[in-house]
Design a binder for this molecule. Structure first.
Ligand SMILES: NC(=O)c1ccc[n+]([C@@H]2O[C@H](COP(=O)([O-])OP(=O)(O)OC[C@H]3O[C@@H](n4cnc5c(N)ncnc54)[C@H](O)[C@@H]3O)[C@@H](O)[C@H]2O)c1
Ligand SMILES: O[C@H]1[C@H](O)[C@@H](O)[C@H](O)[C@@H](O)[C@H]1O
Length: 346
């Protein structure tokens, strides 16, 4: 069976996902596309030689009979409406982060999905599919380093464009750590705090860069994440878990090591597309495969999207107050308690 996708939003990551579904993954086909910029949607159909209809908006695309699954890759604020429309129509949804830009929006999606009665939604938190993070999780789960006590992370982008704001360090960038870290240690967040170090001269005037976000889990694990989006030198993702019996690090991306001019060298990637290419492939392949085999997606859930939104809201508040802000999630619904471990399925 081929899963027929309708794509909402044919910008940067929309095109990346269309390319992988049509050229490197198995079992998917793009049959519909839409974008507020109709020309962009038409160009994508031509660029990738798709046999797909261009729809005027997400509602008409979702309603198309031959669309089995909706791939939401529009701007964040537009996600909620498209995801809710897809659930309403009983269609599967793969939604890029964020699931919705507010915790209330994510909760509406959670409630709609539970009302529908089976899982339809997967959120694009691709780091859970990255082989490095999967290995790190295995080391933690098998108690290789004992009980985790502290985590230190860095999320560095070489540079960002003028539209990137101080808030986006949380809502666009930190969201990846918020998702992957609670998954890594199997614990939820209790509180967050944000500290603004000395600003880099490479940030535009409106942007506080870098930022340090401190998070604490219910069991007391303390986490420090440095978000530094004008670090200049490359795209660099670091994660170190300090346990009672040892320390585990996210593996470095493999690179040829050179020896030249009295210097030992290795290259560093420059953007997220290359760094997580395999993880993007695996998350979408898993989405298609698990729907085919079990009738439900297997990856990050709407509840995971909700956890990220609540935590991200607390961080945004902490940016303003400078105080420790609490994270209040409420009980995880039983509906979301049977998730399978990705590390055991990919
Ligand atoms: N998982 C990741 O690592 C990752 C990486 C990049 C982007 N993203 C997420 O993917 C989403 C898209 O990011 P991008 O970099 O491709 O942005 P982009 O600006 O390149 O593309 C977004 C596209 O959506 C279209 N659009 C906006 N509102 C729409 C609507 N209501 N209906 C239809 N089309 C609409 C825009 O015209 C644009 O073509 C964002 O939510 C972003 O956070 C995730
Ligand atoms: O939207 C992008 C993307 O999510 C990247 O993975 C992240 O490193 C960037 O900081 C963010 O702006």
């Amino acid at each position: 069976m081929t899963l027929k996708f309708g794509v909402v939003g044919t910008g940067a990551i929309g095109k990346e996902h269309i390319k992988r579904i049509t050229s490197s993954l198995c079992g998917g086909e793009i049959v519909a596309v839409t974008d507020v910029n109709q020309l962009a949607a038409e160009q994508v159909v031509e660029q990738f030689g798709l046999n797909a209809v261009v729809y005027p908006d997400d509602k008409s695309l979702v309603a198309a009979e031959n669309v089995d699954a909706v791939l939401v890759t529009s701007w964040g604020p537009a996600h909620e409406q498209s995801v809710l429309a897809a659930i309403e129509a009983g269609k599967y949804v793969f939604c890029e982060k964020p699931l919705a830009t507010t915790a209330e929006g994510c909760m509406k999606i959670v409630e709609a999905e539970m009302k529908h009665g089976k899982r339809l939604v997967q959120v694009g938190f691709m780091r859970r599919y990255d082989s490095g993070y999967v290995q790190l999780k295995e080391a933690i789960d098998t108690h290789t380093i004992g009980e985790p006590l502290m985590i230190r992370c860095a999320h560095r982008n070489a540079k960002v464009d003028a539209n990137y704001t101080t808030e986006m360090a949380i809502s666009d960038t930190l969201v990846h750590e918020i998702d992957v870290l609670h998954w890594l240690v199997g614990d939820d967040y209790k509180s967050v705090q944000v500290v603004f170090p000395k600003r880099t001269k490479h940030a535009l005037d409106h942007l506080q860069d870098p930022q340090i976000i401190m998070m604490e889990t219910n069991s007391g694990i303390t986490i420090h994440v440095e978000v530094f989006v004008n670090c200049q030198y490359g795209y660099d993702i670091q994660c170190e878990v300090i346990g009672e019996e040892g320390v585990a690090n996210l593996p470095e991306v493999p690179s040829v090591i050179t020896r030249k001019n009295a210097t030992l060298g290795a290259s560093i990637l420059t953007d997220w597309k290359q760094r997580f290419m395999d993880a993007y492939d695996k998350e979408l392949q898993d989405f298609m495969d698990s729907i085919k085999t079990t009738g439900e997606p297997n990856g990050p859930t709407s509840w995971d999207g909700y956890i990220v939104a609540v935590t991200s809201d607390a961080c945004l508040k902490a940016q303003q107050t400078g105080n420790k802000e609490s994270v209040t999630l409420g009980e995880k619904p039983a509906f979301y308690k049977n998730e399978k471990e990705i590390s055991k399925t990919v």
